[in-house]
Design a protein around this ligand. Sequence first.
Ligand SMILES: NC(=O)c1ccc[n+]([C@@H]2O[C@H](COP(=O)([O-])OP(=O)(O)OC[C@H]3O[C@@H](n4cnc5c(N)ncnc54)[C@H](OP(=O)(O)O)[C@@H]3O)[C@@H](O)[C@H]2O)c1
Length: 245
Amino acid sequence: MKKILITGGSKGIGLECVKNFLAQGWHVICCSREISTWNKNKEKFPELQKVEYYACDVANENDVTTMFNTIKQKHDNLDAAINNASPKLASSGNFNDVKIDSMRETLESDLWSVILCLKHELNLIKQNGSIVNVTSINGIRPIPGAAIYGASKHAVESLTKSIALEAISNNIRVNSVAPGVTWTPRWEARAEHNPNIRQDVEGIVPIKRFADPTEIVNAIDWLISDKSSYVVGHTLVVDGGLSLK
Ligand SMILES: NC(=O)c1ccc[n+]([C@@H]2O[C@H](COP(=O)([O-])OP(=O)(O)OC[C@H]3O[C@@H](n4cnc5c(N)ncnc54)[C@H](OP(=O)(O)O)[C@@H]3O)[C@@H](O)[C@H]2O)c1
């Protein structure tokens, strides 16, 4: 049975990835910080009982080392990984107004976490595998009001391409998926404070709607699969045309 690790698998795009690969018969390993969210998921979707879950903050080096050591002991190797975890944005606002600690928090959660996970994943995948980093259209264009998030996602885009060139010698393909606006719990949380946010944002997107998380998962799934066997270091933009504007 093929084994895949999905970070941030308890909500939104990550949770849909978990369900997708489980349905295809993979052994799915996933992590998030709040085990309570995961336990509620298991009550709602009983098939998730089969998932190997870790409570792990991917921005915390000790947590990450412990999780990967356990995975290594249990399985010795992995076939694929999806680096998807990202928390509520700590550093929103004009660059000059954002506190240094908040900036560092975003860099750690959206960039450093991916670096840490990639180090371990490349040791565990060894040969013949596929890794997808979930970035953002904010990793390919400017984002005023979230400069450090944008810088982190741009850096993950760069990492994807550099590491893709190194890893392909072991037939490991590293690519990224850059979603546009996708209706997930992070947007649901924003809608609690701004009830019009959904229709306001939909008005800006050429396709006139948010992506459903499954539409992002379809792109991730293709990049993980052999159907993309000649695709290396690519950014697959899935944004309803938003980044063309
Ligand atoms: N939704 C969008 O419109 C959109 C657009 C562009 C790009 N993206 C990207 O797509 C990815 C998924 O976004 P989403 O909207 O599905 O997010 P989401 O609904 O907020 O879910 C994020 C997931 O990551 C986990 N997580 C957050 N920080 C973590 C950490 N430090 N360690 C481990 N797990 C952590 C969360 O669980 P816990 O909170 O329990 O840890 C949750 O499972 C992210 O990389 C995001 O930047 C999203």
